[in-house]
Design a protein around this ligand. Sequence first.
Ligand code: ATP
Length: 329
Amino acid sequence: MYNITLIKGDGIGPEIAASVLKIIEASGVEVNWDIQTAGADVAETEGVPLPERVLDSVKRNKIALKTPVTTPIGKGFRSVNVQLRKELDLYANLRPCYNLPNVKTRYDDVDIVVVRENTEDLYAGIERQVNPDTAESIKIITRNASERIAKFAFDYAVKNNRKFVTVVTKANICKLSDGLFLDSARKIALEYNIPLKEILIDNCCMQLVQNPNQFDVLLLPNLYGDIVSDLCAGLIGGLGVAQGANIGNDYSVFEPVHGSAPDIAGQDKANPTALLMSAVEMLNYIGEKDKAKKIKNALFKTLESDIKTADLGGKYGTIAFTNAIIERL
Ligand code: ATP
């Protein structure tokens, strides 16, 4: 019996959580879910969107599965996702992107791993209104954070037999900040037998769209990592299938790349695949490799049977799609 925190957000969060919990239960993995809510509704009743009880739960259990939580745009509270990553020092955001069976995309054989720094950059949230017509935002890049994420990317590459790491910056413009990130990657690369390639973010986006198969592991500062993750999600079938994990030295939080998708919430339209694939990685992480494989096989068989949600061109709702996966376990 595993003790795992489930951070339940809003939007499509509750629907995809219900789906994934049902599939995990049917697979035979016994989990004692410590369910913790977060987000705007919680802020109304408890005063803050991410109460201490959520952090305490992850600290206790060391591992969490998390659904998206809406971040107010241009106003309101600071992103719960960002706060969680910062408070628990989940410095590495890992987003493997590869094609799923029978999901039609522009390119075959995409196999890219996005490693995004998770704690600083413009996400430090240090902004000020200089005067009514001018606002400033501070981009923080430190050597410590840059070196540890570079080390994470190279360690991942070694463990997973990846061939090279590409560091992505705009060091020709942000000479000091991105320059430091690049310099840190170059320094760490010297400790490994894996080559480091360098590319500027604008060119990287074009190359990804024209020929994604030329990339292996991508190493990026926080903001570019966020944007490139969505781009890579688009290469493999969209946000509905893009998995992710936030990893630190002490805790790990597994969550999909996508946000709370309020436009489709409560309509039985959400694709639970991204959360399910994140959960599969979580099961691998805790050593439940056979069950992880079983769930992944059932998902793949479901997609191969042409049972898909609307975002992938299918006609199945979240619940019917979930039941079809369970039938194939
Ligand atoms: P955030 O800024 O919170 O990260 P985002 O920009 O990634 O959010 P999403 O909320 O993820 O935006 O949604 C973008 C679009 O993708 C929405 O129109 C939504 O309908 C679609 N989408 C996202 N996730 C899913 C999913 N699991 N299933 C189906 N469609 C999805």
